[in-house]
Ligand binder design. Structure first.
Ligand code: NAP
Length: 247
């Protein structure tokens, strides 16, 4: 069955891979990203593959912009019944030097941005009596990350948000899960490597039981399954896609 999917952070990395996976599954896809040109590029690529798609430039921290974006999706594609929140911002600082503005921005993008997207999508899902929410969290929420307290705390909030929404909306046919990635080759990971925050790829791979890093497609495959009818008995879960890095 063809549904309408919104993917925040859909202009890059695992969000972009997810847009293509959902398109392959026959869904209409709204690509939301801070980088409007990236959102349009991904939407163009989807349309070239025969997928009905729109690209929208939207900062997930801006409630009015997000409300307008969901209204655009509703008028151009229809009501949203699949939501994937992949927009994210990493940060790096020794805890005692962490500036309040950096704490607030990371929480705003990773946690409050996820809140806005969920709150704007749920009414359509309630009307449909069916919904799938898949949030991208982080292995930082599972095991902590030195000098990334704000990032790990924001993603821990996403894990708790998953569980609360899962309990609240299970009776309405809406499932809510999160995927905490680790070691996925994306522009964000490459930026962290370039900044010396993450070690080189070979060193990272040595710490992953499966022996290599993952790709956006690895995450997209799990998102695709969790967004399906077949995954209807899975909710409130944190499902790692990480090559065994966290067990
Ligand atoms: P990515 O390639 O950088 O994709 C993230 C996308 O989110 C970018 O297009 C970025 O736009 C967009 N974005 C950032 N701030 C935004 C905002 N305020 N509003 C709307 N869009 C915004 O990184 P990725 O690795 O695919 O990350 C996807 C998610 O996975 C993130 O939530 C990240 O925290 C999480 N994650 C990734 C890994 C990993 O191994 N890669 C590990 C753990 C968790 P700009 O490029 O314009 O900033």
């Amino acid at each position: 069955m063809s549904r309408v999917a919104v993917v925040t952070g859909g202009g890059s990395g695992m969000g972009e891979s997810t847009c293509h996976e959902l398109g392959r599954r026959g869904h209409k896809v709204a690509v939301l990203d801070l980088d409007e040109a990236a959102a349009q590029r991904v939407a163009d690529d989807l349309r070239a593959d025969g997928v009905t798609a729109v690209g929208i430039g939207a900062d997930v921290t801006d409630r009015q912009v997000m409300a307008d974006s969901f209204a655009t999706v509703r008028s151009e594609l229809g009501p949203t019944t699949i939501l994937v929140t992949s927009a994210g911002l990493f940060g790096f600082s020794p805890f005692v030097d962490l500036r309040i503005e950096d704490w607030e921005r990371v929480i705003a993008v990773n946690l409050t941005g996820t809140f806005h997207a969920c709150q704007l999508a749920v009414p359509d899902m309630l009307d449909a009596g069916w919904g799938r929410i898949i949030m991208i969290s982080s292995s930082s929420a599972q095991r902590g990350s030195p000098e990334m307290a704000h990032y790990a705390a924001s993603k821990g909030g996403v894990v708790s948000l998953t569980r609360s929404l899962a309990r609240e909306y299970a009776p309405h046919g809406i499932t809510v899960n999160n995927i905490p990635p680790s070691g996925i080759e994306t522009p964000m990971q490459h930026q962290q490597q370039a900044a010396g925050i993450l070690p080189p790829t070979e060193q990272m791979a040595a710490n992953i039981p499966i022996g290599h890093l993952g790709t956006g497609d690895d995450i997209a495959a799990m998102v695709g399954f969790l967004s399906s009818d077949e995954a209807g008995f899975i909710t409130g879960q944190t499902i790692g896609v990480n090559g065994g890095a966290v067990m």
